[in-house]
Ligand binder design. Structure first.
Ligand code: FAD
Ligand code: PYC
Length: 416
């Protein structure tokens, strides 16, 4: 792959940004591939990359109906942490965390992973008991975590109102120092460039409209650009997963909801960690550009609108200003929404289906960005071997029949 030297960069800058090398090819679809990944978000692109890199399966296409990373990957607020309660999810998110810690080097692409720590605040005695339990469980799983009291929180975030006069006074928090944020679109672009370099075809503006299934086996997909054959198909389509599932006559226990976020005008550096409060219902961090990145819970209704709304801005900012009165005069710049697919136990689905060769990776709800490298890694191994990777296996669709649910509502960090 061609790389630009310092001289090359200057030369291109002087030529008015013309003739830059494309980051990835724009191939014509082949009639068939060994593996098709539906969905060109972070998870789909990571899956394709690890298929090629770790399993030598390079005859792979990623089919994306829009542009790469234009779904939830580019709409999320980029919080990365692994402090989940149950062993199964702790293993999955910590697997991702370990990948995050070397991802920029792995992809030779700066994904700006910044381990600035995440605080999950507690405002009631019950919150604090839950926090204590979760931090204990994390430590038993070798995941970093501490329980802080209000004073500990105040010393980490001097600008937050940790006084007793707040409507819901801060009693303490869980603190994961290795947690943080990353640059969302760089994650998609980094995986895309690396997968393309290994021979993966990235097909944008290619929408899957149906599946070719015969005798209970997948044979390929129908798309707006014609039929494409493959005996292994992985669907990684986040908020659209139940729509895809219906095309294969499958019923997934998913609900699609808008989840909104907003950013402020840029400010000088003022907040160097991530603060989340489920109770007051808002979370906040400051991006490297200086804007405050803010969000809350999912919209109460089902929908596919990728838009923001005034009531959400209002109630989210009420929560933020309660915690941070210093931000009361900051102006907001932009708001947007993404479509998240929520599962009844607030855990993802990584699973085979009753259609041989057809797999789903979905249901990440409000929290899948942090899982991107780990999810791609274990999903690729599952597709390559035809058996779910041990870290993925507990997240099979079968759990909704067996009752072996993994309830992570408490650790989800965002109300849903
Ligand atoms: P996506 O990036 O959505 O990719 C799926 C792709 O599939 C899309 O590009 C879509 O166009 C494509 N597709 C759909 N249907 C078809 C079809 N028929 N044919 C072809 N392509 C199709 N998670 C965190 O961990 N931390 C956070 O701070 C966080 N904040 C969030 C804030 C907001 C506002 C939102 C909306 C989500 C947030 N999330 C967060 C959740 C996170 O964004 C998602 O879980 C994650 O990005 C899902 O990644 P993905 O690659 O599976 O999905
Ligand atoms: O899962 O940590 C999370 C999260 C934060 C904001 C949205 N999701």
């Amino acid at each position: 792959m061609q790389r630009y030297s310092g001289f090359g960069l200057v030369k291109h800058a002087l030529r008015h940004h013309e003739d830059w090398q494309r980051q990835w090819r724009n191939p014509t679809p082949k009639p068939g591939y060994d593996v098709i990944i539906v969905g060109g978000g972070g998870h789909g692109l990571a899956t394709a990359y690890y298929l090629a890199k770790e399993h030598g399966i390079t005859n792979v296409a990623v089919l994306e109906k829009g542009w790469l990373g234009g779904g939830n990957t580019a709409r999320n607020t980029t919080i990365v942490r692994s402090n989940y309660l149950w062993d199964e999810s702790a293993a999955l998110y910590e697997h991702a965390m370990k990948h995050w810690e070397g991802l920029s080097q792995e992809l030779n692409y700066n994904v700006m992973f910044s381990q600035r720590g995440v605080l999950n605040l507690g405002h009631t005695l019950q919150d604090m008991r839950d926090i204590q339990r979760r931090v204990n469980a994390n430590r038993l799983n070798g995941i970093d975590g501490e329980v802080l009291d209000a004073q500990g929180v105040q010393s980490l975030v001097p600008i937050m109102d940790c006084s007793k006069h707040a409507r819901y006074p801060v009693m303490g928090a869980s603190w994961q120092p290795r947690a943080g944020v990353a640059r969302h679109d760089a994650v998609a672009w980094g995986y895309a460039r690396a997968a393309d370099a290994l021979g993966v075809d990235l097909l944008q503006n290619t929408e899957v409209t149906g599946f070719k299934i015969r005798d209970g086996r997948i044979l390929g997909v129908h798309t707006n650009r014609g039929d494409i054959e493959a005996k292994t198909v992985g669907c990684v389509t986040a908020g659209n997963s139940s729509v895809l599932a219906r095309m294969a006559d499958l019923n997934l226990p998913l609900e699609s909801h808008p989840l909104q976020a907003l950013v402020s005008e840029p400010l000088k550096p003022v907040l160097d960690t991530v603060v989340m409060s489920n109770h007051v219902h808002g979370y906040i961090s400051q991006s490297d550009k200086g804007d405050l990145v803010i969000g809350a819970g999912i919209d109460g209704y089902n929908g596919y609108g990728q838009r923001g709304s005034y009531p959400t801005v209002e109630h989210t900012l009420q929560a933020i200003v309660e915690m941070f009165p210093i931000f009361s005069r900051v102006r907001m710049n932009r708001q947007w929404g993404g479509i998240v697919d929520t599962c009844p136990d607030a855990c993802p689905i990584l699973s085979k289906t009753k259609v041989k060769g057809l797999y789903f990776n979905c249901g990440w709800g409000t929290g899948g960005f942090k899982a991107t490298p780990g999810s791609g890694h274990v999903f690729a191994a599952s597709l390559a071997k035809g058996e779910m990777h041990p870290i993925a296996a507990p997240f099979s669709i079968d759990r909704f029949h067996s009752g072996a649910l993994i309830d992570e509502h408490g650790a989800a960090g965002v109300a849903h």
